[in-house]
Design a protein around this ligand. Structure first.
Ligand code: ADP
Ligand code: MG
Length: 638
């Protein structure tokens, strides 16, 4: 029995809706604001093969949106269809729909827009037998010959004039204009080969010239610089990831390609407003892609910073359904895991290459050469802490973290000035027995230059071809140790070293419990911690890489970290946090005096360590102060 009894609705007959109303309903889904119209019209211009598109707006697009292109135009005989619902030149069958390569395909945008605004269409095809163009009035359907160069101009006036309720939802002209510009910007990033101009109230507000040449990564670089600014590209690395798909997809035919630019962690923003993702050239907002990209930054970007990127994903059109959202901003992948892995690995590999080993910081823009594609192996299912080896990654490997100190046979005796509270908790690790020392570059090619001094026990100063390099020595070394530990764990070579005399310490019941419950995990990490009594723990073995650190401090931190995680749910994420905690203890402390040889060894190690541009907390490890900046400081050359 219903709680409240409403009077029954009067019975009404089922009727077919009039065309106009059907279009207005469709318009409700397709056209939210002026920017939606701009997007649809620019879509059409691009589908028509335009190379120059001019958008003119008045009152944020509410009074007028005009999109002019130099595309193929519309034949006079087809003009009456252009504004009709479900009339399109882009698909003719279901199989066309399944492999659609154009931006539009539903044939409803112009009809929908016509139902909520005054539309006129001026067009001319580029054939000798059509000596002039035609002007079509959307309301009356009247056709008039007019003069025009080949191409099409669609004018949309008084948006929502017939639906005042919708008009009320619009924001200020300035806001609507910003949305319109954003809509064009999204197209512009995908099509460097097309020139765009946006006018508002007779003023040019944005202009991006067509980039000559191919539409490859160099063209994209130029377009990104034009649209998002030089800073964006100067702080971004090229992503290019061709994956041989046979290992990814069963039929062995498909390929997934991910390319574009990813901002370095330093370039991250507080808002996710510079994350551009495209699937087969179409701008999309997609959770799988966003998550995959963010996860690639996991290890270098901490906190709530939002990475910046422009990523293009190409895949066989039959593997993605674009017909799932009225404005086509969402897509559905047939295999979203494939896309997630592709995007994640593409971005991660691009970020892993140390920039110091790549190009000098403030010098030339990042090289556009793509990193070589490593072989792909499908990830195996991982049991907690049974870490499967990962695929080889781009960039150099550090094969011997101990080599950092190879040129410094003995640690200098600490001077009183350089001793801090923890000074004796750290000494240079002994040379480990790893086979291949890292391939240091010849002296003239050292991107981080030659060490010249140490500042306040915190920074290393070095001189390179561009000027001064300043390195945060603890942060840098911490990353080196961390990467080393990760690599060792991945390769199941995290060697452990028994302590001659076990280090005992009084522990809390929690610590004892964690040590006992997590014994297996600890062993994987190269640690052996056993209970001597309900209140005492003994550290019996530590990872060789961290052998010189304070075992008790190390044990306490790892137990604290481990205690926060359910041992059975520990996955990649917690593993990295644990290793980061351990690395912090293995890294050279601030206030420790280093010899020049030790400093140089650290710099050489950074140059060949993945992700060495950021410390484990996502902060930069080094900065370049170019001669220009230094000269400016002293007003030199003015
Ligand atoms: P769709 O883009 O889904 O086909 P639209 O309603 O946006 O549907 O456009 C209908 C048809 O009008 C298109 O299929 C195309 O043939 C034609 N058309 C629209 N805009 C243009 C243009 N700028 N240049 C050439 N043809 C156009
Ligand atoms: Mg269209």
């Amino acid at each position: 029995m219903p709680v409240t009894s409403l009077p029954p609705l009067p019975r009404r007959p089922i009727r077919e809706l009039p065309d106009e109303l059907i279009s207005q309903i469709a318009a409700g889904e397709v056209v939210e604001r002026p920017a939606s119209v701009v997007r649809e019209l620019v879509d059409n211009a691009l589908d028509a093969g335009a190379t120059q598109i001019t958008v003119r707006l008045q009152a944020g697009g509410v009074r007028l949106i005009s999109v002019e292109d130099n595309g193929c135009g519309i034949l006079r005989s087809e003009l009456p269809h252009a504004l009709k619902r479900h009339a399109t030149s882009k698909i003719a069958s279901l199989s066309d729909l399944e492999s659609v390569g154009t931006m539009g395909f539903r044939g409803e945008a112009l009809a929908a827009i016509c139902s909520i605004a005054e539309v006129s269409l001026l067009t001319r095809v580029d054939t000798p037998d059509e000596p002039h163009g035609w002007l079509l009035d959307g309301r009356s359907g009247e056709l008039q010959p007019t003069a025009r160069a080949p191409g099409t101009t669609v004018e949309v006036r008084e948006l929502f004039f017939a639906t005042p309720a919708r008009r009320k939802f619009l924001k200020t002209d300035a806001t609507e204009l910003a949305h319109c510009i954003e809509a064009v910007r999204r197209h512009a990033l995908a099509r460097p080969d097309v020139g765009f101009a946006i006018w508002h109230e007779g003023k040019l507000v944005a202009q991006w010239r067509a980039v000559a040449g191919d539409s490859g990564i160099a063209a994209l670089r130029q377009r990104l610089a034009d649209v998002l600014g030089e800073d964006f590209v100067a702080q971004a690395v090229a992503v290019d990831w061709p994956i041989e798909a046979p290992v990814l997809v069963a039929n062995g035919q498909q390929r997934l390609r991910v390319w574009g630019f990813a901002g370095v962690p330093d370039a991250a923003r507080s808002r996710a407003d510079w994350q551009f993702a495209y699937v087969n050239g179409r701008y999309v907002r997609d959770k799988v892609i966003t998550h995959a990209a963010r996860s690639a930054y996991e290890d270098v970007l901490h906190g709530h910073r939002q990475p910046v990127y422009a990523l293009f994903i190409s895949l066989d059109p039959t593997r993605v359904d674009v017909n799932v959202h009225p404005t086509k901003i969402e897509v559905r992948f047939r295999d979203s895991r494939e896309v997630h892995q592709g995007v994640h690995h593409a971005v991660e590999a691009a970020l892993a290459v140390p920039r110091s080993g790549n190009s000098a910081a403030d010098a030339a823009p990042m090289p556009v050469a793509a990193p070589a594609a490593p072989a792909w192996t499908p990830p195996t299912r991982q049991a907690p802490f049974a870490f499967a080896p990962r695929e080889p990654e781009v960039g150099h490997r550090v094969s011997d973290v101990g080599a950092l100190w190879a040129t410094a046979p003995a640690a200098p005796p600490p001077t009183t000035a350089s001793i801090n509270a923890n000074a004796n908790a750290w000494a240079p690790p002994a040379r480990s027995a790893d086979p291949a020392p890292p391939q240091a570059l010849p002296e003239g090619d050292w991107p981080l230059g030659r060490a010249i001094a140490q500042l306040q026990g915190v920074y290393i100063l070095a001189e390179n071809a561009h000027g001064l390099v300043v390195v945060d020595m603890h942060a840098a070394h911490e990353r080196i140790v961390y990467e080393r530990l990760k690599q060792q764990l991945d390769e199941q070579q995290l060697a452990s070293q028994p302590l001659l005399i076990p280090a005992t310490f009084s522990a809390t019941p929690d610590e004892v419990a964690t040590a006992e419950d997590g014994a297996e995990v600890l062993t994987t990490l190269g640690l052996e911690i056993t209970a001597l009594s309900p209140k005492t723990l003994a550290v019996r073995a530590v990872p060789t890489t961290l052998a010189q650190g304070d075992p008790v401090e190390l044990a306490r931190s790892v137990l604290a970290e481990l205690g926060q995680h359910e041992a059975s749910t520990v996955v990649q994420r917690a593993r990295n946090e644990l290793l980061a905690t351990m690395a912090c203890h293995g890294a050279v402390r601030a206030n420790r005096r280093l010899t020049l040889d030790e400093m140089n060894a650290l710099l050489r190690q950074m140059e060949v360590t993945e992700r060495s541009d950021q410390c484990n907390h996502g902060r930069p490890t080094w900065r370049q102060m170019g001669m220009k900046e230094l000269d400016a400081l002293f007003l030199r050359g003015r």
